[in-house]
Design a protein around this ligand. Structure first.
Ligand code: SF4
Length: 222
């Protein structure tokens, strides 16, 4: 980006200083630097992950957008690309990794499976979208999305970051709740945020007739 591109609209720089100085806002500098140094976390779940790896390779090369450092540690990453089918068995691990990433952090749901369950939506072992458990910023359609589609999703994420305001972002608020309770995989996947509803339905009904997994399924779709 050139120095001129950082200028705030409406500020006139004298001709002799153009290209040498910039007058801008803290928001713009902050957003520009973060949007151009996103570090995705290196993990994949299924076939979509192959397309994600190709996006990092020389032909598509997302290092052109400042994302060359894919981190194997959530502590050093700020973008989680959920690339693949989200099974119930993997959800606790995904939520734990999300919790371990430091703010500000973003989530991109790559493909039909991560966005809504995809071809396995009705499967007994699959959740219908990772957004049931963690907040998703960008959804990329496709089964699988092409590397170009993923690249487009990441560029849209950059544009979203460029619109943020330091005075409004939630991670600087005193009441910000960062941790999401890690779901428990028992007879079925239990979202601890819905514990009370599951308990109420179980106590009111006849769990031995309905079955515990049916009750959890009903609560999850309320
Ligand atoms: S969206 Fe399609 S390609 Fe991606 S993980 Fe699901 S089945 Fe595989």
């Amino acid at each position: 980006m050139s120095v001129e591109a950082l200028n705030s609209p409406g500020i006139n720089i004298p001709p002799e200083l153009q290209g040498q100085i910039s007058v801008t806002t803290l928001d713009r500098i902050y957003n520009w630097s973060r949007a151009n140094s996103l570090w995705p976390m290196m993990f994949g779940l299924a076939c979509c992950a192959i397309e994600m790896m190709i996006t990092a390779s020389s032909r598509f090369d997302f290092s052109r957008f400042g994302m060359e450092v894919m981190r194997p540690s959530p502590r050093q990453a700020d973008v989680m690309i959920v690339s693949g089918t989200v099974t119930k068995k993997m959800v606790p691990q995904i939520v734990r990794l999300y919790n371990q990433m430091s703010e500000p952090k973003y989530v991109l749901a790559m493909g039909a499976c991560a966005s809504g369950g995809g071809p396995f939506k009705e499967g007994y072992n699959v959740v219908s979208g990772i957004d049931k458990f963690i907040p998703v910023d960008i959804y990329v359609a496709g089964c699988p999305p092409t590397p170009a589609a993923l690249l487009h999703g990441l560029i849209v994420l950059q544009k979203k970051i460029e619109q943020e305001k330091l005075s409004e972002v939630e991670w600087y608020r005193a009441d910000f709740q960062e941790e999401i309770p890690v779901p428990v995989l028992g007879p079925d996947l239990i979202d601890l945020r819905k514990y009370q509803s599951i308990r109420d339905v179980t106590m009111a009904g006849e769990p031995e007739k309905k079955g515990f997994t049916v009750i959890i399924d009903e609560v999850n779709h309320e």
